[in-house]
Design a protein around this ligand. Structure first.
Ligand code: NDP
Ligand code: GDR
Length: 341
């Protein structure tokens, strides 16, 4: 029997890698896309299949996490075996500008999806994209038992979704789990997240298209992994015998400054000549050092990251240098070749 998965946020960084992974594993994959006045499915363009093709296994549906009735109708129609909730306003800085909208999509969005699963009377497994941001100012290293201390509207909304997922697991017996993922990046990372902002700027400065990179807090400490490895961890969580929450992280820490220095050095540039601090990129409150302990995922799921920040810097800078060479395409990232099912 072909397994069927529904991915919300399929047009995002993680959704695109997860869709590739599930297609390679033989799944029929359904993805929610938002109506937009500009083309927003660049990251999955290479996966496109004509829905009229009898062998098609990827299907996209217009929907929004703010529209409950649409979610119910879609779930009834698709009857997925697995639902991955990756959608929502995912930028921490923007969540200070748009706290209500962030709460609506990130917090209530997850609750709507869980309620839609119950209303449609589906027996499916549910993955919630929780975040290391929920740990906020809690001391590092953080693991599944660390108390949460969110430090942004985004993190608070994620925590609401996280606890609701746990409540539905315990209260209704649903196979509903949350992956508490630390930062994970790739050439498909959105251009306003710090790693991608840096790798793009390095490529443009090297090509003579820009002179300066304006940054916020260079002392922030993060644990950066590689997104394709993290979506594999999401899938493993839904294949486990028992539903449980897991941290995914590399366990290694770097400052934003470390990342900047490594990226400029990789391109043969002197970062101090090009980087400026602009207060506009500072946030009203910041998380502390976010460094994860993923030993539980390693022991119980056999999940272990292999790409660390040094290699990630090279992957991202090389991809953006290539993109600039190709006349400024937003990103050049050939489809990752998963073994076919
Ligand atoms: P992205 O920002 O790249 O993708 C977010 C996705 O959500 C996009 O497909 C976006 O659509 C969609 N979306 C946004 N709002 C809505 C809405 N109202 N209804 C339906 N879809 C919507 O995020 P990532 O891929 O990086 O992250 C995936 C998830 O994991 C997010 O929930 C994020 O918060 C969480 N997370 C991410 C981590 C990371 O380091 N990347 C770490 C921990 C958690 P569109 O393309 O149209 O904008
Ligand atoms: P984060 O990632 O807030 O951890 O959320 P982001 O890359 O936005 O910031 C990381 C750190 O870098 C500092 N910083 C800057 N950040 C941005 N975006 N732009 C800048 O110019 C800049 N200068 C310094 C930030 O202050 C911060 O400390 C990401 C998102 O993917 C969330 O969805 C996810 O849940 C968490 O990671 C885990």
């Amino acid at each position: 029997m072909t397994r069927r998965a529904l991915i919300t946020g399929i047009t995002g960084q993680d959704g695109s890698y997860l869709a590739e992974l599930l297609l390679a594993k033989g799944y029929e994959v359904h993805g929610l896309r938002r109506r937009s006045s500009t083309f927003n499915s660049l990251r999955i363009e290479h996966l496109y299949q004509d829905p009229r093709d009898p062998d098609a296994r990827l299907f996209l549906h217009y929907a929004d996490l703010t529209d409950e009735s649409r979610l119910i109708r879609l779930l009834r129609r698709i009857q997925p075996d697995e639902v991955y909730n990756l959608a929502g306003q995912s930028h921490v800085g923007v969540s200070f500008d748009e706290p209500e909208y962030t709460g609506d999509t990130v917090g209530l969005g997850a609750v709507r999806l869980l309620e839609a699963i119950r209303t449609a009377d589906l027996d499916c497994r549910f993955y919630q994209a929780s975040s290391s941001a929920m740990f906020g100012t809690a001391p590092a290293p953080q693991h599944e038992g660390t108390p949460f201390r969110p430090a942004s509207p985004y993190a608070a909304a994620k925590l609401y979704a996280h606890w609701t997922t746990a409540t539905y697991r315990e209260g209704y017996g649903m196979f509903a789990v949350s992956g508490i993922l630390f930062n994970h990046e790739s050439p498909r990372r959105g251009e306003t997240f710090v790693t991608r902002k840096v790798s793009r700027a390095v490529a443009r400065i090297q090509a003579g298209l820009a002179d300066y990179l304006y940054m916020g807090n260079l002392d922030a400490v993060r644990d950066w992994g590689y997104a394709p490895e993290y979506v594999e961890g999401m899938w493993r969580m839904l294949q486990a015998d028992e539903p449980s929450d897991y941290v995914l992280a590399t366990g290694r820490s770097f400052t934003v400054r470390d990342f900047v220095v490594a990226a400029f050095e990789h391109a043969g540039l002197d970062w101090e000549k090009h980087v400026r601090v602009d207060e506009r990129y500072l946030r009203p409150t910041e998380s502390g050092a976010l460094i994860g302990d993923a030993s539980r995922a390693e022991q119980e799921l056999g999940w272990r990251p292999t790409v660390h920040t040094e290699e990630l810097v090279r992957i991202m800078v090389d991809a953006d240098v290539e993109a600039v060479r190709h006349e400024g395409e937003p990103w050049v990232d050939l489809p990752r070749s998963w073994p076919s099912a």
